[in-house]
Design a binder for this molecule. Structure first.
Ligand code: HPA
Length: 274
């Protein structure tokens, strides 16, 4: 048994005991600004710092807690904040919770993040359906010994983001009169924001938005054969897209709240029909 497998089992046992064997169907990972999603939801809450083998997350705008709850009659685990690579967590740590939740029975993952837009047709406050991603983090969460019981050594990444879930999200956005953009998410390691030249390069690669998360979890979800849906909340124009503006995390938090209110409504409505 690999070290990771031992850790998955240990964490699984801990969470099973704390939640009376909660059997999740869906995992929702909340990015900066989506705190509103879990407001008013009741359930079992467990701070990350109490969970064996979880990484550390100390970023402003993230709560650092798991919520086990029921939404629209679906059993959900809500990750209020995630483990970022730029915080010094290994790729394994960043994606460890997804592996544990998969073992608990979850078959669907909804990933959300804050991102800057490189596409000039987008603006802060918009939300974007992730159709595909570019992993430009310089690392991959599947590097290392492979456990064939979890997934294959060389997993296909053609359709990471499940087509039928994308269509459901688009239909629901229409019903709710939400202008849901569609595009490509490019993940960098961070924590520095991009230079304007890097943004131009990423744009030429095909990136519509740029962020510092999501790709590792999405790769692992696909590896584990889970259904995956992803959304970006556009919190700022990426560096150099509008002349003479500089970026701050405070701006990301504030704009994230605007996009977060819309995205929260959309995800609730998706959950009803998933
Ligand atoms: N770049 C990278 N990550 C981000 C940004 C950005 O402009 N905004 C929010 N997260």
């Amino acid at each position: 048994m690999t070290q990771t497998n031992k850790e998955i089992l240990e964490t699984l046992n801990f969470l099973n005991q704390k939640t009376d064997n909660f059997k999740p169907q869906i995992v929702i990972v909340l990015g900066s600004g989506l705190g509103v999603f879990s407001q008013g939801l009741d359930g079992i809450k467990i701070p990350y710092k109490n969970i064996p083998n979880f990484g550390s997350s100390n970023v402003q705008g993230h709560k650092g807690e798991l919520l086990f709850t029921e939404i629209e009659n679906k059993k959900c685990i809500v990750m209020q904040g995630r483990f970022h690579y730029y915080e010094g967590n290994s790729m394994l740590k960043c994606t460890f919770p997804i592996k544990v939740f998969s073992q608990m029975g979850a078959e669907t993952v909804i990933l959300t993040n804050a991102a800057g837009c490189a596409n000039p047709d987008f603006k802060p406050g918009d939300i974007m359906l992730i159709k595909d991603h570019i992993n430009f983090m310089g690392n991959n969460p599947l590097i290392g010994p492979n456990d064939d019981s979890l997934g294959t050594r060389f997993p296909d990444m053609t359709n990471i983001y499940t087509k039928s879930l994308q269509q459901l999200a688009l239909n629901k956005a229409k019903e709710l009169d939400i202008d849901l953009k569609e595009g490509i998410y490019l993940a960098t390691s961070g924590p520095s924001y991009e230079t304007p030249s890097e943004v131009q390069m990423y744009k030429s690669f095909g990136a519509d938005v740029i962020g510092m998360s999501t790709a590792p979890e999405a790769i692992v979800s696909k590896y584990l054969n889970m259904q995956t849906l992803g959304f970006s909340m556009v919190t700022n124009f990426a560096a150099g897209i509008k002349k003479d503006t500089t970026l701050s995390h405070q701006e990301v938090i504030e704009e994230g709240k605007i996009a977060g209110a819309k995205l929260s409504k959309l995800i609730m409505s998706v959950l009803a029909d998933i």
